[in-house]
Ligand binder design. Structure first.
Ligand SMILES: NC(=O)c1ccc[n+]([C@@H]2O[C@H](COP(=O)([O-])OP(=O)(O)OC[C@H]3O[C@@H](n4cnc5c(N)ncnc54)[C@H](OP(=O)(O)O)[C@@H]3O)[C@@H](O)[C@H]2O)c1
Length: 256
């Protein structure tokens, strides 16, 4: 495993995404991932699978303290009381006393940031949330958010076809985690000819090159979703090689 250091804390650079995983399949993927060595799991209230993620963690036998567990408050629960209520529900479903990171899932201009982040900070003070952050926030909104809470993360779509230069710069400057969601472009990058060609030199697949490229960037973590054991395993098998500067640039050139 490799880590990014954010505000002095080490966060696993590779995590498991769980959007569209449900029921037994979700429990099994979480269990499998933890058995393979994953220590960062991403869920959200709107995924309706926090119960299953919690069960997967329980049955894996991996100590809770070893796992960086992330969930997200949905936009309809951004009022102060709804943040507190819904997060407590999430924790119950996840069978845990705390989340490592709680995110606002998307911006919602109808509720002041101060109210939502204020409630999240209260949860942080009482210990039910270790860090707070945002998701799908453009740079000026992240800046605004930092006036109301210590922002640990912004989770956004980021993969070889999508540029995120401004946020990358901001993440470095402000020392927050830029979590790349849809890191293999929802599956679209797994057959990319350039990624495949780069992979050949390392004995790796196109998906592994996309993931390696992401986590080699400062402050970036990637959370591929995978159901099959084969995908879970190969996505985790990216810590034994490095991309050269030239290879890195070739991947950056794939942006559309
Ligand atoms: N904050 C947000 O608004 C937001 C939005 C979207 C996603 N997310 C988070 O980010 C996670 C990942 O994003 P995503 O699910 O949209 O896309 P993704 O991880 O880029 O792609 C997932 C798809 O790629 C396939 N795949 C994964 N690894 C593969 C491999 N090694 N070879 C071939 N195919 C592979 C998966 O197949 P199998 O499942 O069949 O293995 C699945 O169909 C989500 O699960 C969620 O946790 C957050």
């Amino acid at each position: 495993m490799e880590y990014q250091t954010i505000k002095g804390e080490k966060v696993p650079s590779l995590g498991l995404g769980t959007w569209r995983l449900s029921r037994h399949e979700c429990v099994r993927s979480v269990e499998h991932a933890l058995a393979l060595g994953y220590r960062h799991i991403d869920t959200a209230q709107i995924y309706a699978n926090e119960d299953e993620v919690g069960r997967g963690i329980q049955t894996s036998g991996v100590d809770r303290e070893e796992i960086f567990l992330v969930t997200k408050v949905w936009t309809s629960s951004f009022s102060h009381d709804d943040v507190i209520r819904s997060t407590n529900e999430s924790l119950k479903k996840l069978q845990t006393e705390y989340a490592d990171l709680l995110l606002m899932h998307w911006p919602n201009p109808s509720v002041p940031l101060e109210e939502t982040l204020g409630a999240m900070s209260e949860l942080q003070e009482e210990g039910s949330v270790r860090h707070v952050g945002v998701s799908n926030f453009p740079p000026p909104m992240v800046e605004e958010a930092t006036q109301h809470a210590e922002i640990f993360c912004n989770q956004v779509e980021y993969h070889p076809y999508k540029a995120q230069d401004e946020l990358l710069e901001q993440a470095k400057e402000m020392d927050y985690l830029l979590t790349a969601y849809s890191p293999v472009a929802g599956g679209a990058a797994v057959n990319d000819a350039t990624l495949r060609e780069i992979g050949k030199a390392h004995g790796k697949t196109a998906a592994q090159i996309a993931l390696r490229w992401l986590i080699q960037q400062e402050k970036v973590a990637a959370i591929p979703k995978a159901t099959s054991e084969d995908h879970l395993r190969s996505n985790f098998d990216i810590f034994d090689f490095e991309l050269s500067d030239e290879e890195t640039e070739r991947v950056f050139a794939l942006r559309r």
